[in-house]
Ligand binder design. Structure first.
Ligand code: PAF
Length: 302
């Protein structure tokens, strides 16, 4: 694996190629990242990874300074997985002047859920991803579904800017007890680590309840006249909102500080309408919650 530190070294290494498969990361690589690398390799194109801890996506009170930097171990893992080229710029290389041009993410996508609780986060992500795309000029880029909303923001950006890059989603990798793999899991102490899978379980329970409500609604709609069905739809949406509040409260009782636990449409992360609830495989349960000082996110499509 060749390691390059500058955009010009990167272009020299890639030659005329505009066909690489690219996996951007912030390092501290775990099996989740490596599964994205393996997915990138299946494209048959040279695999390029990047490691860059992007200051723009961290708020001043967040963990930019303490974010784990494990460069040598990351290189070993990338070599083992068959990565061809690693782009690891420093801040002066990627942000040689103040980054005053930024990608503004759309209302209703960039400012909900993660964007509501981490203002500016998606602007920081979209800006660095656009810059990295400009440097690597890949044909394919792989993003994990663990960061579900990030994947959607990147997809929309690629569509709206007509970037000739195929965005490939990678499945979330989980520990044996269901905890979604994340670099931030390393912040958890032993007791928190034992408790952490409760977030995934809460999302499973919420998804089960939403699917149940959707099934009941579909049954009733088959039996009822359209006007009566509308009222049942509204009742079902109220029941879903209650299920979301219950899920939040249950996690709170276990000592978590949850930001959100919600059911949204997969297509646009909007709140589901009654008809969406009755449509199988159209929804996703998403959650974010703090356990001690560590903020975890997870999601489950259903
Ligand atoms: O998911 C991440 O690790 C980061 O948000 C990304 C996409 C590498 C941008 O900094």
């Amino acid at each position: 694996m060749q390691v390059v530190r500058t955009a010009s070294e990167l272009r020299t290494a890639l030659g005329a190629s505009r066909s690489a498969a690219f996996v951007p990361t912030m390092g501290n690589l775990h099996e989740g990242h490596l599964s994205l690398m393996r997915l990138g390799k299946t494209s048959g194109q040279p695999l390029v990874a990047s490691i860059f801890v992007n200051r723009l996506q961290f708020a001043p009170h967040e963990d930019f300074g303490s974010y784990p930097r494990t460069f040598e171990a990351d290189c070993e893992k990338l070599r083992a997985v068959g990565c061809d080229l690693l782009f690891a710029p420093d801040e002066r290389e990627l942000y040689p002047v103040e980054q005053t041009f930024r990608v503004a993410t759309p209302h209703g996508l960039g400012d909900i859920l993660e964007g509501e609780f981490r203002p500016g986060f998606f602007e920081g992500v979209a800006t660095v991803v656009l810059k990295l795309f400009g440097c690597v000029q890949p044909a394919v880029a792989v993003f994990g579904k663990k960061d579900y909303q990030q994947l959607m923001v990147v997809r929309r950006m690629v569509e709206q800017f007509n970037l000739p890059i195929a965005i490939v989603p990678g499945a979330t990798m989980r520990e044996a007890d269901g905890l979604a793999m994340s670099s931030r899991n390393g912040y958890l102490d032993a007791a928190e680590r034992a408790e952490a899978p409760a977030l995934a379980r809460a999302l499973q329970a919420l998804a089960r309840r939403a699917a149940e409500l959707g099934g009941e609604l579909a049954d009733e709609c088959r039996r009822l006249a359209p006007q009566a069905a509308e009222a049942v739809g509204e009742r079902t949406l109220r029941a879903l909102a209650q299920a979301e509040r219950d899920a939040l409260a249950a996690l709170g009782e276990r000592g978590w500080k949850p930001d959100y636990l919600v059911v949204r449409r997969r297509a646009d992360l909007a709140r589901p309408q009654a008809a969406d609830l009755a449509t199988p495989e159209s929804l996703v349960a998403l959650g974010a919650a703090r356990l001690g000082t560590t903020r975890l996110i997870d999601n489950l499509e259903f």
